[in-house]
Design a protein around this ligand. Structure first.
Ligand SMILES: Cc1cc2nc3c(=O)[nH]c(=O)nc-3n(C[C@H](O)[C@H](O)[C@H](O)COP(=O)(O)OP(=O)(O)OC[C@H]3O[C@@H](n4cnc5c(N)ncnc54)[C@H](O)[C@@H]3O)c2cc1C
Length: 484
């Protein structure tokens, strides 16, 4: 039964015994927790859309391992068409949730580990790739959500893992046994961890010979003994705890989340280890995962951008300014920026190539250009949205005041825009824009755009490395008739 329904996914999480802390307390029931639930709903949307025949081609595909129909989030890309459909799927999910739907990180990790394990085996005669294929069949057959865990806390950024004062600042092997390894350390910023069945760990940087214990990739269930997660705070998160809250959260149904996930001497059995000490392949894994994830943002952020552009156009209409030429021009600028990001996502997919293992990888240069633009354009789109929304977006009274029989009528009267639009609807759109530019969804739309899949400088290094400047100099010399 490779495809789970939305409801089956939610029920499957109830069976997990993850240790999750929030506001200093161990959460008994993360599934129904008011702060966590919207993020779960976003992942649940990836199941719901896969059930819909209208989205069958985008949301599902055939497993190359079993021949079964699977959710595309569990796919090992078999063609450039697959890479393109991935981006389209992410745009769709962004449009339907207006937030981070969390399931991409695992998908990007699958594809990076798939090809890297193959090439590690070629060099070392190990059997990581066969293990990983078996693991992928398990993931696909059970339609699982897998947290992609790359980022270590990293301590002093100027020092290699093995040179840190506290060696646990990079996740590492602390004991090697016949049947597996014991790992200790942490992974920071873990998107969707609490809503995931499994966690797939990868190294976070290129490594040298002294870093053998840190060059480890493996997967374990998220409720494995020794794993604890501390839930990350987001802007305006406690609004979700307010009684009868609706308008003020901006996006009632959906959200995203990150955790600091700690591995307190966790046992990993051999069959779940996909890299173990082969330091020169750590860099390949990082580069490939980052490439896929930089492509991802050319889909998901674009879908969220679609919602923000729509909200801005509505805010303009509700204010009676939609026909003003500068407003029309600002909306066009937002669309132009958003579609430029999409073009980058599609371009790096179209130019993808087959790896030695047989799966398809994006064009790395174009994927890095995609992400570099992502570190900028959502900020500009947000700036234009705030311009169009007007200051009331951040000074508006609370929903409680709006519902109050004495105070409410003042808000009804003085927050009115154009005559035929209900004040409440104007408030709803302004809160949605607030949510996406300054509230909890801004984690995904803004700061994740900046740092997720690597901070801007990481892409510039890759752009420098991939762009073949020598060839460009040759072209110029040729035209200028220079002979050396
Ligand atoms: C919302 C969000 C979701 C995320 N989701 C995930 C996830 O699901 N899984 C996952 O594994 N990771 C995830 N990440 C982590 C993401 O990959 C990192 O944030 C990113 O790699 C940057 O690392 P950092 O946050 O530690 O920043 P830092 O490394 O502290 O970077 C801060 C600044 O310092 C600079 N810098 C860092 N090191 C050096 C150096 N050695 N020399 C010079 N300059 C340096 C950077 O360029 C940057 O300008 C997520 C991040 C965010 C914000």
């Amino acid at each position: 039964m490779p495809l789970k329904t939305r409801e089956e996914y939610i029920e499957s999480l109830r069976g997990l015994k993850q240790k999750v802390y929030l506001f200093g307390e161990l959460i008994e029931n993360p599934v129904d927790h008011p702060i966590i639930r919207p993020s779960l709903n976003s992942i649940a949307m990836t199941y719901k859309l896969a059930e819909n025949p209208e989205y069958e081609e985008i949301m599902t595909t055939k497993s190359h391992l079993t021949g079964n129909k699977i959710n595309r989030f569990c796919n090992i890309h078999q063609s450039t068409k697959d890479l393109i459909n991935k981006v389209k799927m992410q745009r769709l999910c962004g449009q339907k949730t207006a937030s981070c739907f969390q399931r991409c990180v695992g998908m990007d990790a699958f594809n990076a580990v798939y090809s890297t394990s193959f090439e590690t085996d070629l060099a070392y005669k190990t059997d990581y790739h066969e293990r990983f294929k078996k693991y992928m069949i398990y993931v696909q057959d059970n339609d699982l959500v897998v947290d992609g865990a790359m980022t270590d806390p990293k301590g002093d950024r100027s020092l290699a893992p093995s040179k840190q004062e506290d060696l646990d600042l990079y996740l590492r092997v602390v004991e090697r046994r016949k049947d597996g390894v014991i790992v200790r350390g942490a992974k920071a910023h873990q998107t969707g961890m609490v809503n995931s069945h499994e966690i797939l760990v990868m190294p976070t940087v290129s490594m040298g010979p002294d870093d053998k214990d840190f060059a480890i990739s493996f997967s374990v269930p998220t409720d494995t003994e020794g794993i604890i997660s501390i839930y990350g705070r987001q802007s305006c998160d406690t609004r979700k705890l307010e009684k009868d809250i609706d308008i003020d959260v901006g996006n009632f149904n959906f959200g995203g989340h990150e955790t600091l996930t700690i591995f307190n001497d966790v046992f990993v059995p051999n069959e779940r280890i996909f890299l173990n000490g082969e330091v020169e392949f750590a860099g390949m894994l990082v580069e490939r995962f980052a490439g896929y994830h930089r492509q991802s943002y050319g889909g998901c952020k674009v879908g969220v951008g679609d919602v923000l552009i729509g909200a801005s156009a509505l805010a303009a209409e509700y204010n009676g300014v939609s026909k003003a030429s500068h407003i029309k021009d600002k909306i066009i600028e937002m669309i132009h920026l958003n579609e430029t990001l999409y073009s980058c996502g599609i371009a790096c997919s179209s130019e993808g190539e087959k790896t030695k293992s047989g799966n398809y990888q994006i064009d790395l240069l174009l994927a890095n250009v995609c992400k570099q633009n992502i570190t900028r354009f959502p900020y500009e789109i947000s700036r234009l949205a705030e311009d169009i929304a007007g200051g009331i977006m951040v000074t508006m009274p609370s929903e409680k005041d709006f519902r109050d029989p004495n105070i409410g009528p003042y808000i009804e009267k003085y927050l009115k825009g154009v005559g035929k639009v209900k004040t409440e609807n104007r408030m709803r759109i302004l809160r949605l824009i607030e949510n996406m530019t300054l509230g909890s969804a801004a984690v995904g739309y803004r700061t994740e755009s900046m740092h997720g899949a690597g901070s801007p400088q990481a892409q510039r290094i890759m752009i420098g490395r991939q762009s073949n400047l020598k060839e460009k100099k040759k072209l110029a010399m040729n035209i200028a008739r220079i002979e050396e």
